[in-house]
Design a protein around this ligand. Sequence first.
Ligand code: C5P
Length: 218
Amino acid sequence: HSIPVIAIDGPTASGKGTVAHRVADKLGFHYLDSGALYRLTALSALRRGTDLADEHALAKLAEHLPCSFTGGNVILSHENVSDAIRAELVGNTASKIAALPSVRHALVGLQLGFRKAPGLVADGRDMGTVIFPHAPLKVFLTASVAARAERRYKQLIDKGIPANMEDLLMDLQARDDRDTHRAIAPLVPAEGAHVLDTSHMNADQAVDEVLKWYAAAM
Ligand code: C5P
């Protein structure tokens, strides 16, 4: 495959969304926020009242997601759901249904379709391990639970949303635990991935590091 992919995986609130987005901007590449696809599936299921134990029904929803990504917005059946998919309930539901093999399988084709010239930066949990295993650059972006909780706390407070540090820590740990220990596509650094711990780094420093690795890989 000649279209380059930069696969960036990592845990919740590791800053990979921000970093992946900026790297894509700098290189003029397309950007895939794969977590948004799990969140969209979760949002659809919650709204329709789909039984969250009905793997078949959830996979069907995922397979036929009427979604599009335009101008940085996430659209579901003509509705801008960019904010709605960021709700904590949607994120938690996403992380639960993401453990279902049929749901993951149903979203593969959609994700592969994002690989378009001149290149793609893909952000998620299994970009380097499952979806784009031959990506010329794989990055595993991480940070301590404390650093990630603090970032999430700041984000929420900045948005005027009340937040509680203890709840955030517990929630992060629960989600890490689910993503890391699930049987299918668990969150682990891909073979050959560069591991970047951003606990003591800002986003620009992380972006520079990724761009350096990319230049060296090409
Ligand atoms: O990255 P984000 O927090 O938006 O992802 C929401 C949830 O979707 C994650 O907690 C994870 O369980 C799941 N996910 C996944 N594989 C991906 C991206 C996200 O399982 N590639």
